[in-house]
Design a protein around this ligand. Structure first.
Ligand code: SF4
Length: 438
Protein backbone atom coordinates (compact mmCIF):
# COMPACT_ATOMS: atom_id res chain seq x y z
CA UNK A 1 0.00 0.00 0.00
CA UNK A 2 1.46 3.38 -0.95
CA UNK A 3 1.31 5.62 2.11
CA UNK A 4 0.74 9.22 1.14
CA UNK A 5 -0.09 11.72 3.86
CA UNK A 6 -1.62 15.20 3.53
CA UNK A 7 -1.79 17.21 6.75
CA UNK A 8 -3.22 20.65 7.48
CA UNK A 9 -2.41 22.49 10.69
CA UNK A 10 -4.90 25.25 11.54
CA UNK A 11 -4.86 27.84 14.33
CA UNK A 12 -1.88 28.71 16.49
CA UNK A 13 1.76 27.69 16.73
CA UNK A 14 0.91 25.50 19.75
CA UNK A 15 -1.31 23.48 17.43
CA UNK A 16 1.56 23.36 14.96
CA UNK A 17 3.81 21.68 17.53
CA UNK A 18 1.16 18.99 18.04
CA UNK A 19 0.91 18.55 14.27
CA UNK A 20 4.68 18.10 14.17
CA UNK A 21 4.38 15.41 16.85
CA UNK A 22 1.90 13.57 14.60
CA UNK A 23 4.38 13.87 11.71
CA UNK A 24 7.01 12.36 13.99
CA UNK A 25 4.73 9.33 14.49
CA UNK A 26 4.00 9.00 10.78
CA UNK A 27 7.50 9.15 9.36
CA UNK A 28 6.94 6.13 7.15
CA UNK A 29 4.38 8.10 5.17
CA UNK A 30 5.31 10.08 2.07
CA UNK A 31 4.14 13.70 2.40
CA UNK A 32 2.01 15.11 -0.40
CA UNK A 33 0.66 18.61 -1.01
CA UNK A 34 -1.97 17.09 -3.29
CA UNK A 35 -4.80 15.92 -1.02
CA UNK A 36 -6.53 14.12 -3.92
CA UNK A 37 -3.74 11.53 -4.01
CA UNK A 38 -3.41 11.14 -0.23
CA UNK A 39 -4.18 7.85 1.53
CA UNK A 40 -4.49 9.70 4.81
CA UNK A 41 -5.68 13.28 5.28
CA UNK A 42 -5.36 14.87 8.72
CA UNK A 43 -6.76 18.25 9.73
CA UNK A 44 -5.52 19.55 13.08
CA UNK A 45 -8.33 21.98 13.83
CA UNK A 46 -8.75 25.19 15.83
CA UNK A 47 -11.86 25.78 17.94
CA UNK A 48 -11.07 29.12 19.61
CA UNK A 49 -13.58 31.49 18.04
CA UNK A 50 -16.32 31.40 15.38
CA UNK A 51 -14.06 32.37 12.48
CA UNK A 52 -11.59 29.60 13.36
CA UNK A 53 -14.37 27.04 13.76
CA UNK A 54 -15.78 27.94 10.37
CA UNK A 55 -12.36 27.59 8.76
CA UNK A 56 -11.93 24.17 10.40
CA UNK A 57 -15.25 22.84 9.11
CA UNK A 58 -14.72 24.26 5.62
CA UNK A 59 -11.24 22.78 5.44
CA UNK A 60 -12.50 19.32 6.40
CA UNK A 61 -15.40 19.46 3.91
CA UNK A 62 -13.23 20.79 1.06
CA UNK A 63 -10.67 18.06 1.60
CA UNK A 64 -13.44 15.47 1.72
CA UNK A 65 -14.80 16.68 -1.64
CA UNK A 66 -11.45 16.12 -3.39
CA UNK A 67 -10.26 12.97 -1.63
CA UNK A 68 -9.76 9.57 -3.23
CA UNK A 69 -12.20 6.76 -2.44
CA UNK A 70 -10.31 4.53 -0.06
CA UNK A 71 -8.54 7.33 1.80
CA UNK A 72 -8.93 8.11 5.52
CA UNK A 73 -9.98 11.56 6.73
CA UNK A 74 -8.99 12.47 10.28
CA UNK A 75 -10.30 15.45 12.25
CA UNK A 76 -8.05 16.23 15.22
CA UNK A 77 -7.40 19.12 17.59
CA UNK A 78 -9.30 21.78 19.50
CA UNK A 79 -12.50 22.00 17.44
CA UNK A 80 -12.84 18.23 17.39
CA UNK A 81 -12.25 18.12 21.16
CA UNK A 82 -14.63 20.98 21.98
CA UNK A 83 -17.55 19.65 19.90
CA UNK A 84 -16.75 15.93 19.87
CA UNK A 85 -20.34 14.76 20.39
CA UNK A 86 -22.00 17.03 17.82
CA UNK A 87 -19.29 16.50 15.20
CA UNK A 88 -19.15 12.73 15.58
CA UNK A 89 -22.90 12.68 14.87
CA UNK A 90 -23.10 15.30 12.14
CA UNK A 91 -19.80 15.19 10.22
CA UNK A 92 -20.20 11.77 8.63
CA UNK A 93 -17.55 12.64 6.04
CA UNK A 94 -14.88 12.13 8.71
CA UNK A 95 -13.50 8.60 9.36
CA UNK A 96 -11.55 9.23 12.56
CA UNK A 97 -12.18 11.87 15.23
CA UNK A 98 -9.65 12.70 17.90
CA UNK A 99 -9.11 15.66 20.15
CA UNK A 100 -6.16 17.11 22.02
CA UNK A 101 -5.10 13.99 23.90
CA UNK A 102 -3.89 11.53 21.28
CA UNK A 103 -1.39 13.23 19.01
CA UNK A 104 1.32 10.73 19.99
CA UNK A 105 -1.10 7.85 19.30
CA UNK A 106 -2.09 8.93 15.79
CA UNK A 107 -0.33 5.94 14.19
CA UNK A 108 -2.36 3.54 16.37
CA UNK A 109 -5.65 5.33 15.60
CA UNK A 110 -4.92 5.01 11.87
CA UNK A 111 -3.90 1.36 12.17
CA UNK A 112 -7.07 0.54 14.13
CA UNK A 113 -9.29 3.02 12.21
CA UNK A 114 -10.45 4.11 15.67
CA UNK A 115 -11.68 7.48 16.95
CA UNK A 116 -10.37 8.34 20.41
CA UNK A 117 -10.64 11.20 22.92
CA UNK A 118 -8.23 10.50 25.78
CA UNK A 119 -8.93 12.35 29.04
CA UNK A 120 -5.41 13.71 29.52
CA UNK A 121 -4.53 16.71 27.32
CA UNK A 122 -1.38 15.82 25.42
CA UNK A 123 1.83 17.69 26.22
CA UNK A 124 5.02 16.84 24.33
CA UNK A 125 7.61 15.24 26.56
CA UNK A 126 10.49 13.72 24.65
CA UNK A 127 8.52 12.51 21.64
CA UNK A 128 10.36 13.17 18.43
CA UNK A 129 8.60 15.63 16.12
CA UNK A 130 9.19 16.79 12.56
CA UNK A 131 9.83 20.53 12.72
CA UNK A 132 8.18 22.26 9.76
CA UNK A 133 8.72 25.59 8.08
CA UNK A 134 12.37 26.20 8.96
CA UNK A 135 15.83 24.60 9.13
CA UNK A 136 17.01 26.79 12.02
CA UNK A 137 13.95 27.94 14.03
CA UNK A 138 11.61 25.80 16.16
CA UNK A 139 8.69 26.49 18.50
CA UNK A 140 9.09 24.94 21.93
CA UNK A 141 5.87 24.27 23.83
CA UNK A 142 6.51 24.74 27.57
CA UNK A 143 3.06 23.98 28.98
CA UNK A 144 -0.50 23.12 28.05
CA UNK A 145 -3.82 24.37 29.40
CA UNK A 146 -4.51 27.50 31.43
CA UNK A 147 -5.59 28.49 34.95
CA UNK A 148 -6.79 31.94 33.96
CA UNK A 149 -10.53 32.63 33.70
CA UNK A 150 -10.74 35.31 31.00
CA UNK A 151 -14.42 36.02 30.43
CA UNK A 152 -14.36 35.54 26.64
CA UNK A 153 -12.15 32.47 26.39
CA UNK A 154 -13.18 28.85 25.98
CA UNK A 155 -9.65 27.42 25.80
CA UNK A 156 -9.49 26.19 29.42
CA UNK A 157 -12.74 24.27 28.78
CA UNK A 158 -11.06 22.00 26.22
CA UNK A 159 -7.35 22.39 26.99
CA UNK A 160 -7.79 21.98 30.75
CA UNK A 161 -5.78 23.32 33.64
CA UNK A 162 -2.20 24.55 33.40
CA UNK A 163 0.21 21.64 32.99
CA UNK A 164 3.87 22.67 32.73
CA UNK A 165 6.68 20.58 31.27
CA UNK A 166 9.72 19.86 33.39
CA UNK A 167 12.76 22.02 32.67
CA UNK A 168 14.78 18.86 31.90
CA UNK A 169 12.28 17.79 29.25
CA UNK A 170 12.40 21.21 27.58
CA UNK A 171 16.21 21.44 27.76
CA UNK A 172 16.58 17.94 26.29
CA UNK A 173 14.33 18.86 23.38
CA UNK A 174 16.27 22.07 22.72
CA UNK A 175 19.59 20.18 22.92
CA UNK A 176 18.37 17.54 20.45
CA UNK A 177 17.22 20.25 18.05
CA UNK A 178 20.52 22.13 18.37
CA UNK A 179 22.23 18.87 17.40
CA UNK A 180 20.15 18.99 14.20
CA UNK A 181 21.26 22.55 13.42
CA UNK A 182 18.45 24.57 15.03
CA UNK A 183 19.62 27.68 16.93
CA UNK A 184 16.60 30.01 17.15
CA UNK A 185 13.69 29.16 19.46
CA UNK A 186 10.28 30.63 20.32
CA UNK A 187 8.94 29.41 23.68
CA UNK A 188 5.14 29.17 23.59
CA UNK A 189 2.08 28.11 25.58
CA UNK A 190 -1.38 29.47 26.40
CA UNK A 191 -0.03 31.46 29.35
CA UNK A 192 3.79 31.42 29.34
CA UNK A 193 4.36 33.65 32.36
CA UNK A 194 2.51 31.12 34.54
CA UNK A 195 5.07 28.46 33.63
CA UNK A 196 5.68 26.09 36.58
CA UNK A 197 3.06 27.77 38.79
CA UNK A 198 1.24 24.43 38.77
CA UNK A 199 4.40 23.08 40.40
CA UNK A 200 4.37 25.92 42.97
CA UNK A 201 7.30 27.67 41.34
CA UNK A 202 6.93 31.45 40.94
CA UNK A 203 8.68 33.03 37.95
CA UNK A 204 9.33 29.66 36.31
CA UNK A 205 10.35 31.52 33.14
CA UNK A 206 13.41 32.91 34.93
CA UNK A 207 14.52 29.31 35.58
CA UNK A 208 13.82 28.50 31.93
CA UNK A 209 15.90 31.42 30.67
CA UNK A 210 18.85 30.47 32.89
CA UNK A 211 18.62 26.84 31.77
CA UNK A 212 18.44 27.61 28.04
CA UNK A 213 21.37 30.03 28.37
CA UNK A 214 23.52 27.03 29.40
CA UNK A 215 22.90 25.20 26.12
CA UNK A 216 25.72 25.67 23.59
CA UNK A 217 24.47 26.34 20.10
CA UNK A 218 21.36 28.35 21.03
CA UNK A 219 21.94 31.78 19.46
CA UNK A 220 18.56 33.45 19.60
CA UNK A 221 15.35 33.05 21.62
CA UNK A 222 12.08 34.77 22.52
CA UNK A 223 9.03 34.08 24.68
CA UNK A 224 5.48 34.47 23.39
CA UNK A 225 2.13 34.78 25.24
CA UNK A 226 3.02 36.55 28.47
CA UNK A 227 0.00 37.14 30.71
CA UNK A 228 -0.02 40.55 32.48
CA UNK A 229 -0.83 39.52 36.03
CA UNK A 230 1.67 36.65 36.10
CA UNK A 231 4.46 38.66 34.45
CA UNK A 232 6.72 40.09 37.16
CA UNK A 233 9.17 42.97 36.85
CA UNK A 234 11.85 40.46 37.90
CA UNK A 235 11.05 38.39 34.80
CA UNK A 236 11.15 41.42 32.52
CA UNK A 237 14.52 42.41 34.00
CA UNK A 238 15.82 38.86 33.48
CA UNK A 239 14.82 39.04 29.81
CA UNK A 240 16.48 42.47 29.55
CA UNK A 241 19.68 41.06 31.10
CA UNK A 242 19.77 37.96 28.88
CA UNK A 243 22.25 37.86 25.97
CA UNK A 244 20.21 35.10 24.34
CA UNK A 245 16.60 36.10 24.85
CA UNK A 246 15.69 39.12 22.76
CA UNK A 247 13.92 42.12 24.27
CA UNK A 248 10.89 40.64 22.58
CA UNK A 249 7.67 41.09 24.52
CA UNK A 250 4.48 39.44 23.31
CA UNK A 251 1.82 40.20 25.92
CA UNK A 252 -1.85 40.14 24.87
CA UNK A 253 -3.50 42.82 27.06
CA UNK A 254 -6.91 42.67 25.34
CA UNK A 255 -7.99 46.12 26.58
CA UNK A 256 -6.80 49.10 28.69
CA UNK A 257 -9.94 50.42 30.39
CA UNK A 258 -10.06 49.39 34.05
CA UNK A 259 -13.75 48.49 34.13
CA UNK A 260 -13.45 46.48 30.91
CA UNK A 261 -10.35 44.63 32.18
CA UNK A 262 -12.38 43.79 35.30
CA UNK A 263 -15.29 42.54 33.16
CA UNK A 264 -12.82 40.47 31.14
CA UNK A 265 -11.46 38.98 34.40
CA UNK A 266 -7.92 39.85 33.38
CA UNK A 267 -6.61 40.27 36.92
CA UNK A 268 -4.59 43.38 36.13
CA UNK A 269 -5.69 47.01 35.72
CA UNK A 270 -4.49 49.88 33.56
CA UNK A 271 -1.85 51.26 35.92
CA UNK A 272 0.12 48.03 36.40
CA UNK A 273 -0.24 47.14 32.72
CA UNK A 274 1.19 50.53 31.74
CA UNK A 275 4.07 50.08 34.18
CA UNK A 276 5.01 46.82 32.46
CA UNK A 277 4.58 48.17 28.93
CA UNK A 278 6.56 51.33 29.62
CA UNK A 279 9.39 49.28 31.08
CA UNK A 280 9.39 47.02 27.99
CA UNK A 281 9.36 50.09 25.74
CA UNK A 282 12.26 51.66 27.64
CA UNK A 283 14.60 48.75 26.88
CA UNK A 284 17.11 48.97 24.00
CA UNK A 285 15.95 47.39 20.72
CA UNK A 286 12.73 46.28 22.37
CA UNK A 287 9.88 44.83 20.35
CA UNK A 288 6.41 44.99 21.89
CA UNK A 289 3.54 42.97 20.47
CA UNK A 290 0.01 42.63 21.83
CA UNK A 291 -3.57 41.61 21.09
CA UNK A 292 -6.89 43.41 21.66
CA UNK A 293 -10.49 42.29 21.84
CA UNK A 294 -13.09 44.93 20.99
CA UNK A 295 -16.87 44.74 21.32
CA UNK A 296 -16.88 42.68 24.52
CA UNK A 297 -20.28 42.82 26.28
CA UNK A 298 -20.49 46.05 28.28
CA UNK A 299 -17.92 47.95 26.19
CA UNK A 300 -19.09 51.58 26.01
CA UNK A 301 -18.06 54.14 23.39
CA UNK A 302 -15.95 55.87 26.07
CA UNK A 303 -14.08 52.65 26.89
CA UNK A 304 -13.42 52.05 23.21
CA UNK A 305 -12.24 55.65 22.69
CA UNK A 306 -9.90 55.28 25.66
CA UNK A 307 -8.43 52.16 24.08
CA UNK A 308 -7.97 53.86 20.71
CA UNK A 309 -6.25 56.90 22.27
CA UNK A 310 -3.97 54.63 24.28
CA UNK A 311 -2.95 52.57 21.23
CA UNK A 312 -2.29 55.72 19.17
CA UNK A 313 -0.03 57.03 21.95
CA UNK A 314 1.85 53.88 22.98
CA UNK A 315 3.27 52.74 19.62
CA UNK A 316 3.16 48.96 19.65
CA UNK A 317 5.41 47.31 17.09
CA UNK A 318 2.70 44.80 16.23
CA UNK A 319 -0.86 44.36 17.48
CA UNK A 320 -3.70 42.03 16.49
CA UNK A 321 -7.33 43.03 16.89
CA UNK A 322 -10.16 40.55 17.35
CA UNK A 323 -13.86 41.36 17.39
CA UNK A 324 -15.54 39.74 20.39
CA UNK A 325 -16.79 36.22 19.56
CA UNK A 326 -19.70 34.96 21.66
CA UNK A 327 -18.42 31.59 22.89
CA UNK A 328 -20.79 29.26 24.73
CA UNK A 329 -19.43 28.03 28.05
CA UNK A 330 -17.57 31.30 28.74
CA UNK A 331 -18.59 33.80 31.46
CA UNK A 332 -19.21 36.53 28.86
CA UNK A 333 -21.68 34.29 27.01
CA UNK A 334 -24.31 34.86 29.67
CA UNK A 335 -23.52 38.57 30.06
CA UNK A 336 -26.10 41.27 29.38
CA UNK A 337 -25.35 44.37 27.25
CA UNK A 338 -24.07 42.49 24.21
CA UNK A 339 -23.16 44.67 21.24
CA UNK A 340 -24.45 44.17 17.72
CA UNK A 341 -22.17 42.31 15.32
CA UNK A 342 -22.18 45.41 13.15
CA UNK A 343 -20.81 47.58 15.99
CA UNK A 344 -18.23 44.89 16.93
CA UNK A 345 -17.01 44.77 13.31
CA UNK A 346 -16.94 48.57 13.07
CA UNK A 347 -14.80 48.89 16.23
CA UNK A 348 -12.48 46.08 15.08
CA UNK A 349 -11.95 47.93 11.82
CA UNK A 350 -11.27 51.27 13.50
CA UNK A 351 -8.75 49.86 15.97
CA UNK A 352 -7.27 47.67 13.23
CA UNK A 353 -6.44 50.79 11.22
CA UNK A 354 -4.82 52.42 14.25
CA UNK A 355 -2.71 49.30 14.83
CA UNK A 356 -1.64 49.28 11.17
CA UNK A 357 -0.48 52.86 11.68
CA UNK A 358 1.61 51.81 14.71
CA UNK A 359 3.12 48.95 12.75
CA UNK A 360 4.00 51.29 9.89
CA UNK A 361 5.67 53.73 12.29
CA UNK A 362 7.63 50.84 13.82
CA UNK A 363 8.78 49.70 10.37
CA UNK A 364 9.72 53.19 9.19
CA UNK A 365 11.82 53.68 12.32
CA UNK A 366 13.98 50.79 11.08
CA UNK A 367 15.08 52.57 7.89
CA UNK A 368 18.78 53.45 8.03
CA UNK A 369 19.42 51.09 10.97
CA UNK A 370 22.08 48.34 11.12
CA UNK A 371 20.29 45.12 12.06
CA UNK A 372 20.76 41.36 12.21
CA UNK A 373 18.62 39.20 9.95
CA UNK A 374 18.28 35.64 8.72
CA UNK A 375 17.65 34.86 5.05
CA UNK A 376 14.93 32.22 4.76
CA UNK A 377 15.07 31.75 1.00
CA UNK A 378 13.96 33.22 -2.32
CA UNK A 379 11.04 35.60 -2.04
CA UNK A 380 7.71 34.49 -3.48
CA UNK A 381 7.33 38.01 -4.84
CA UNK A 382 10.32 38.38 -7.09
CA UNK A 383 13.16 36.15 -8.26
CA UNK A 384 15.81 38.78 -7.49
CA UNK A 385 14.63 39.30 -3.95
CA UNK A 386 15.47 37.14 -0.97
CA UNK A 387 13.08 36.79 1.94
CA UNK A 388 14.55 37.48 5.37
CA UNK A 389 13.48 38.09 8.96
CA UNK A 390 14.97 40.35 11.61
CA UNK A 391 16.45 37.96 14.24
CA UNK A 392 14.35 39.47 17.05
CA UNK A 393 11.10 38.96 15.10
CA UNK A 394 9.06 35.79 15.53
CA UNK A 395 8.54 33.77 12.33
CA UNK A 396 5.41 34.27 10.23
CA UNK A 397 3.76 36.91 12.42
CA UNK A 398 6.13 39.90 12.59
CA UNK A 399 6.89 40.44 8.93
CA UNK A 400 9.40 39.92 6.17
CA UNK A 401 12.41 41.83 4.84
CA UNK A 402 13.47 41.80 1.19
CA UNK A 403 17.22 41.46 0.78
CA UNK A 404 17.94 43.09 -2.56
CA UNK A 405 21.64 43.90 -2.30
CA UNK A 406 24.91 43.05 -0.58
CA UNK A 407 28.32 44.63 0.01
CA UNK A 408 30.05 41.29 0.57
CA UNK A 409 31.46 38.96 -2.13
CA UNK A 410 30.35 35.61 -0.73
CA UNK A 411 27.23 33.78 -1.93
CA UNK A 412 24.31 33.95 0.46
CA UNK A 413 23.60 31.02 2.74
CA UNK A 414 20.03 30.47 3.89
CA UNK A 415 19.34 30.09 7.58
CA UNK A 416 22.40 31.96 8.86
CA UNK A 417 22.54 35.33 10.63
CA UNK A 418 23.85 38.33 8.66
CA UNK A 419 24.42 41.99 9.47
CA UNK A 420 22.46 44.31 7.21
CA UNK A 421 21.44 47.91 6.67
CA UNK A 422 17.74 48.69 6.25
CA UNK A 423 17.46 50.84 3.13
CA UNK A 424 13.79 51.40 2.40
CA UNK A 425 10.21 50.18 2.74
CA UNK A 426 7.93 48.81 -0.02
CA UNK A 427 4.34 48.71 1.22
CA UNK A 428 4.80 47.08 4.64
CA UNK A 429 8.01 45.25 3.72
CA UNK A 430 11.46 46.61 4.50
CA UNK A 431 14.36 46.27 2.07
CA UNK A 432 17.91 45.68 3.21
CA UNK A 433 21.51 45.40 2.02
CA UNK A 434 23.60 42.67 3.62
CA UNK A 435 26.91 44.09 4.93
CA UNK A 436 28.52 41.05 6.56
CA UNK A 437 28.15 37.93 8.66
CA UNK A 438 26.97 38.39 12.26
S1 SF4 B 1 -4.85 33.39 29.27
FE1 SF4 B 1 -7.01 33.88 29.05
S2 SF4 B 1 -7.22 34.11 26.82
FE2 SF4 B 1 -5.34 32.98 27.14
S3 SF4 B 1 -5.88 30.80 27.08
FE3 SF4 B 1 -5.97 31.46 29.22
S4 SF4 B 1 -8.11 32.00 29.58
FE4 SF4 B 1 -7.77 31.99 27.36
Amino acid sequence: MSNKLHIVSLGCNKNLVDTEVMLGRLKEYEMTDDSSEADVIIVNTCGFIDAAKEESINTVLNLHDGRKDDSMLVMAGCMSERYSEELSKELTEVDIFTGVGDYANIDKLLAERESRFSEQVYLIDGEERVVTGSTYHAYIKISEGCNQTCSFCAIPSFKGKLNSRDLDSIAKEVESLVAKGYYDFSFISQDSSSFLRDQNVKDGLIHLIKRIELIDGVKSARILYLYPSTTSMKLLQEIAKSKLFHNYFDMPIQHINDDMLRMMKRGFGKEKTLEQLNYMRSLPNSFVRTTFIVGHPGETQEMFDELCDFVKAFGFDRANVFGYSDEEGTPAYTAEEKLSQELIDERAEILGEICKGSEMASLQAEIGKEIELVIDGESDEHEFLLSARKTIWAPEIDGEIYVNDKSIDEEFEFGVIYKAKVTDIVGTILTATVTGRA
